[in-house]
Design a protein. Sequence first.
Length: 336
Amino acid sequence: MTVLDGYVPVIDLSGARSGDPQRRVEVARTIDEVCRTSGFLVVVGHGVPESVISEMYRATREFFALPIEEKNKLLADPADPLMRGFGRKGSLAASNADASVPQERALPDISETYTYNRLGEPTAVDALPADADPRLRTANRWPELPGFSEAYRAYYAAMETLATEIMRLFALGLNLPEHWFDDKIDQHMTNLTANYYPPQPVAPLPGQLRKGVHSDWGSLTILYQDEAPGGLQVLDRANDTWLDVPVVEGSFVINIGDLMARWTNEAWVSTVHRVTNPSRAQAHTERYSMPFFHQPNYDALIECIPTCTGPDNPPKYAPVRSGEYITGKFRRAYGD
Ligand SMILES: O=C(O)CCC(=O)C(=O)O
Ligand SMILES: [Fe+2]
């Protein structure tokens, strides 16, 4: 196993996927350690075919290159709790527990987004309990671009496989049976979002960023990022400094979200991050990233994991259902 050290280490998953249980546990132990410090890692050896990634990237670039009138035709329905389609303006940072929502909304993220969710597929109708908001089934909005929906569906399927694999490694790292999370994520409600960060011919307002300081919301995020100026940074809390997340060819950035921090009774940390603006000299450049915001089944009850509590460490949070938790986050960031 190759592990490059650092706050955001590079971890090779091929050892975990080799069929050797000993190597699998070693990788899981390493991941557990990282989740206790930064909650951010870069994975290689993940098994996702290069063609699936490059098709997704090509389709994404074609979509955002469309005239704005075309993109606006797919504008997310304000009633859609998960914001499928072309993104409305807003600020992820507004979802932070201590954020001033009006202040954050006044400085929207300088990005465009496009979001897809399996719950918007006609085949996913059985994935929600009877009391869930029926608008969670809002249909996905597809651009009329050749190969686009195929590329997205194929990429999403590859991310589902990788997320399931990582959740199994998480389980091992947390001293749980390997398949502990399986029945809590088999009807997952994950948003796949493409972020487009356009060139900035006009300088951003003071304090305005490509993505404001935020933490992610769900169980884990799998992010593809291209190499471009004005990139992803994570806060190293111990040293109060912002660190660039390394861009490693063929890799994904993995980070845990608020839900996983809550699930682990804060043994694992959901670290804040941001996307910076390019320098004025590089303001003509653009950037793309694709987070897969893994979110457990709507009715998965997120209550303190048994190995994360003890006599001196009682549960810090009340149980919450995954679906109610995530829709609450959306309302805060983008709602009325
Ligand atoms: O663009 C990136 O690298 C990260 C974006 C991000 O943090 C997010 O969409 O939650
Ligand atoms: Fe994020």
